[in-house]
Design a protein around this ligand. Structure first.
Ligand SMILES: *Cc1c(COP(=O)(O)O)cnc(C)c1O
Length: 226
C-alpha cells in the first residue's frame, strides 16, 4: 500500500484498509484486531450475525457491510454494521434510513457502481438514469451520510485490466462531487482488492478491501463466488 501510494505521490495515511473476513471465523477477526487492524468487511448479514456475539468486546472495531443487501435485511444490517458500502437502490436507501432512525444511528454509506455493467454483479450502472434517482433521494435520508462510491470491477488475471474501471469510478466521483448536492460528500472511493489494490491506489482509491491477501484463500463454496 505504501509503495503504491508513493509511486503516485499520495500519502499512505489517506488510504484505509478494510480486512475482508467473510468465510473466516470470528477468531480470525480477533487475531487481526489484536495485530492492530480495526476496519473489517463482511458480505452476508446472516453469516456475520453468527460471529458478532464473539466480537462484542472489541472496542473501536469498524464493521462494514460490503456485499449485496436485500431491503428486508436492512434493519439487521444497521444493527450489526457501522457502515454499508453497497447501497444500490432507492428502496434500500429508504429501508436503511428508516432502520437507522429507529435505532438512533447515523450510518455512513457508499453507492455501489457496477463499473463493468456485468449482469452477475450488483450496483448501479454508470448511467444517469440509474444514478440520478439515488442522488435525488439522498437529501431525505437524514439518518444516512452518503460518503462516496464503491466498485468491484470485472475480474481480469492482469490487474492492469481493472485500471480503466477504477478511472471511470474516480471520474464519476469527481462529477458527482462537482454537483455539490445536499447530504452527499464524495470523499471515499472504495476500490481495489487483493490482486489489484496497487492499481486502485494509483488511480485514487481511498479504501481498499482485501481478503485473500490477509486471511488466505477462501474455501470454495458450491454454486458460485464468495
Ligand atoms: C470478497 C470481497 C473482497 C475481497 O476480495 P479478495 O480478492 O479476497 O481480496 C472485496 N470486496 C468485496 C465486495 C468482496 O465481496
Amino acid at each position: 500500500m505504501v509503495a503504491a501510494a508513493h509511486r503516485v505521490r499520495r500519502k499512505p495515511e489517506h488510504i484505509q484498509l478494510i480486512a475482508v473476513s467473510k468465510t473466516f471465523p470470528a477468531k480470525a477477526i480477533r487475531e487481526a484486531y489484536e495485530a492492530g487492524q480495526r476496519i473489517f468487511g463482511e458480505n452476508r448479514v446472516q453469516e456475520f450475525a453468527a460471529k458478532a456475539p464473539q466480537l462484542a468486546d472489541l472496542s473501536g472495531i469498524d464493521l462494514h457491510m460490503i456485499g449485496h443487501l436485500q431491503s428486508n435485511k436492512a434493519r439487521k444490517a444497521v444493527e450489526l454494521f457501522h457502515a454499508v458500502d453497497s447501497l444500490d437502490s432507492v428502496r434500500l436507501g429508504n429501508q436503511l434510513n428508516a432502520a437507522a432512525g429507529e435505532l438512533g444511528k447515523i450510518v455512513p454509506v457508499l453507492i455501489e457502481i457496477n463499473t463493468g455493467g456485468e449482469a452477475a454483479k450488483s450496483g448501479l450502472l454508470i448511467d444517469w438514469t440509474e444514478i440520478e434517482p439515488v442522488l435525488s433521494a439522498a437529501p431525505a435520508w437524514s439518518n444516512l451520510q452518503i460518503r462516496g462510491l464503491m466498485t468491484v470491477p470485472p475480474f481480469t488475471e492482469d490487474p492492469e485490466g481493472a485500471r480503466p474501471y477504477f478511472r471511470n469510478l474516480r471520474d464519476l466521483r469527481d462529477e458527482i462531487a462537482g454537483k455539490k448536492l445536499p447530504n452527499i460528500s464524495m470523499d471515499t472511493l472504495s476500490m481495489g482488492m487483493s490482486h489489484d489494490f496497487e492499481a486502485a491506489i494509483e488511480e485514487g482509491s481511498t479504501q481498499i478491501r482485501v481478503g485473500t491477501a490477509i486471511f488466505g484463500e477462501r474455501a470454495k463454496k458450491k454454486g458460485g463466488l464468495q
